[in-house]
Design a protein around this ligand. Structure first.
Ligand SMILES: Cc1ncc(COP(=O)(O)O)c(C=O)c1O
Length: 474
């Protein structure tokens, strides 16, 4: 039996090491077309199956060139982290051990590791030790978990048991927010049956933060309506943080629930240099963040924290006579939206153990430094313009079209064309976004592997593309 595993696992190990060792020289971008991938991967579905080592060997060959090297140091698109070695190895073991981390009875070790990881995360992120938590697939499900708790709490305060009665006939909940929220917020709202019409945009200042007076006005209007206030710790384009110290007490004055999206920005708490951006955030009611972004835990790994554990538990809890429940220990399904689930705490535990407090601080500060260098150096190139110098790890540049008569549509086209050209060249990978009505190239750094040399190479790649395409304005 062991040898049945040995061959495919050894093959997977060798393939993994080959793959990881090529991060420095291989193109970051895919090099094959969808049609080529189809041709390779759409093999006949066999009756007899294929021996496992061949399956792994062919899978590795067939996907070659079709993977994005987002785990390497030259990937700056969206917000995608890599995987520190201990987390990656623990993630493998998670598959080997194949625990169902829904109940303590299914895996005492997975349950205890999750409790320990939860405590460490709260300490690192500057959140109350008493908060409930859940390890979920990503920030999307962290929003869902947190807002399910909010829904429970706000409606219970109005005598409505939403877990039993549902939403039909319940007092309508509204959600106040600035208009820069990430798309996972309305998705969570949809999953929860609240409907996106419940989102009420509130005026923000010139950098997109809710203003205290606008929030106060919005809360005073219909002050009896159950209300969630959504605040951002790290806007997806600019990394801007809201004024938590001012806004949270105002929201609480009106009995609102404050939910914070800190998908990556919450990790600023791990750095003495950046922690001030989060002042007062610990007074919120729930927080959503990720492990697969800045902590460099492999996908998929997000974290939900709830200041009112009883509301989280009421929203998630499940008991059944055929299950073995543990009153003294953590039955994860009491806190998470999933029932059966991957023991994803092992990888988080391993990442935190490998990096330690100082390693996480350095990771955060190093990424911020690289993001600043990338944005300012690219922004200073002929044919480029710096739009947003990073305050943490997110920056924006654009590439205006040449010529006195160039319109904003020309600038947008040119910017998208340069991003596409850089990506196609394969030395660095960036993504685009729209900000203040302009197309921009987004610069985002959250990978532990990114080095000064990667930054220089990426700047040089953009310079070459700008030069090459200068005669052909998009
Ligand atoms: C600010 C913000 N919130 C939420 C998310 C969603 O995170 P996930 O993809 O882990 O669900 C992202 C993803 O980039 C984000 O940047």
């Amino acid at each position: 039996m062991i040898s049945t595993y040995a061959l495919p696992l050894r093959r997977a190990l060798n393939t993994s090491l080959d793959y990881l060792e090529r991060h420095d020289d291989a193109p970051v971008s895919p090099t094959v077309t969808r049609a080529e991938l189809w041709e390779r991967l759409a093999r006949p579905l066999t009756d007899a199956g294929v021996d496992p080592e061949t399956v792994i060997a062919q899978l590795a060959t067939d996907v070659d060139g079709g993977l994005v090297r987002s785990g390497g140091g030259r990937f700056f698109a969206w917000v995608i982290g890599g995987a520190v070695p201990a987390a990656l190895a623990a993630d493998w073991l998670t598959s080997v051990w194949d625990q169902n981390a829904g109940l303590y009875a299914c895996s005492p070790a997975a349950s205890v590791v999750e409790e320990v990881a939860g405590l460490w995360l709260k300490e690192l992120l500057g959140l109350p030790a008493s908060a409930g938590f859940a390890l979920v697939t990503g920030c999307q499900m962290a929003h869902f978990t947190c807002l399910a708790a909010a829904r429970n709490h706000l409606l219970a305060a109005r005598g409505w048991d939403v877990e039993r009665k549902g939403l039909m006939g319940a007092p309508a909940i509204r959600l106040l927010t600035n208009d820069q929220y990430h798309g996972t917020l309305p998705r969570a709202i949809r999953h929860l049956g609240l409907g996106t019409d419940c989102i009420v945009p509130v005026a923000s200042d010139e950098v997109g933060r809710l203003t205290a007076s606008a929030l106060d006005d919005a809360l005073r209007t219909a002050s009896d309506v159950p209300t969630i206030v959504h605040l951002q710790a790290g806007d997806l384009n600019t990394g801007i943080f809201e004024e938590f110290g001012t806004l949270i007490p105002i929201a609480h004055e009106y009995g609102a629930w404050v939910h914070v999206d800190g998908a990556f920005g919450q990790w600023a708490a791990a750095s003495p240099k950046y922690r001030h951006l989060l002042t007062g955030v610990e007074r919120a009611d729930s927080w959503a963040t990720d492990g697969h972004k800045w902590l460099n835990v492999p996908y998929d790994c997000g974290y939900a924290f709830v200041a009112h554990p009883e509301a989280q538990r009421a929203a998630m809890s499940h008991r059944a006579s055929y299950l073995t429940h543990a009153d003294e220990a953590r039955d994860q399904m009491e806190w998470t939206p999933e029932f059966s689930r991957r023991a994803r705490a092992f990888a988080t535990y391993a990442a935190i153990r490998q990096l330690g407090r100082t390693g996480i601080t350095e990771l955060v500060e190093r990424c911020c430094g690289h993001a600043r260098d990338l944005a300012t150096h690219i922004g200073a190139l002929p044919g480029a313009e710096l739009l947003w110098e990073p305050i943490i790890n997110q920056g924006l540049v654009r590439f205006p079209a040449e010529g006195a008569g160039a319109t904003s549509a020309d600038h947008d086209r040119r910017t998208d064309a340069v991003i596409a050209a850089v990506t196609a060249a394969g030395d660095a990978f960036f993504s685009g976004t729209s900000w203040r009505g302009m197309r921009c190239m987004r610069i985002s750094v959250s990978n532990w592997l990114t080095s000064g040399a990667d930054v220089d190479r990426a700047v040089e790649a953009v310079r070459r593309c700008l030069e090459r395409t200068a005669d052909h304005p998009a």
